[in-house]
Ligand binder design. Structure first.
Ligand SMILES: C[S@@+](CC[C@H](N)C(=O)[O-])C[C@H]1O[C@@H](n2cnc3c(N)ncnc32)[C@H](O)[C@@H]1O
Length: 124
């Protein structure tokens, strides 16, 4: 059962509260061996956060990265993407997805729900 969770990138707190609602009475958020980390911050920092979260999450724990389809732009060629915000971060997300797919430290899956959610399970 998940007891220790962390969220990187809080705005309204919606996703944090959603996670909190699943915690048992003795669930904690202290530093240490986390069961679950949810990352929804600036996409340019995702690779940096990956190194950090792999230290924080325990072996067998899950790190979830939001927006890894980045409005579908990761499946488009760079020149097809015209909207500024999407264009600005597309290459970071493409690079992140490639890195995660080849990272032997995690087993990962990019779920095509919402704007894409990548689940990584730390293997060692
Ligand atoms: C898309 S919103 C997150 C929404 C969040 N899922 C919620 O329900 O509240 C992204 C948030 O991440 C924050 N953020 C971006 N980069 C960050 C960083 N390096 N460290 C901490 N927070 C960061 C932004 O300020 C913003 O509030």
């Amino acid at each position: 059962m998940t007891k220790k969770t962390l969220e990187i990138g809080v705005f309204t707190g919606y996703s944090l509260l959603t996670t909190a609602l699943t915690l048992p009475e003795d669930g904690k958020g202290e530093e240490g061996s986390f069961d679950f980390v949810f990352v929804d911050a600036y996409k340019s920092d995702y690779l940096k956060f990956h190194e950090l979260t792999l230290k924080l999450v325990k072996v067998g724990g899950i790190v979830a990265y939001d927006n890894t389809l980045w409005y579908g732009s990761v499946a488009q060629s760079e020149i097809e993407v015209v909207e500024d915000l999407i264009k600005r971060y597309r290459n970071f997300v493409v690079e992140f997805n490639s890195f995660i797919a080849a990272d032997p430290r995690v087993e990962s899956s990019l779920l095509s729900i919402g704007d894409g959610l990548t689940l990584c399970r730390r293997l060692y």
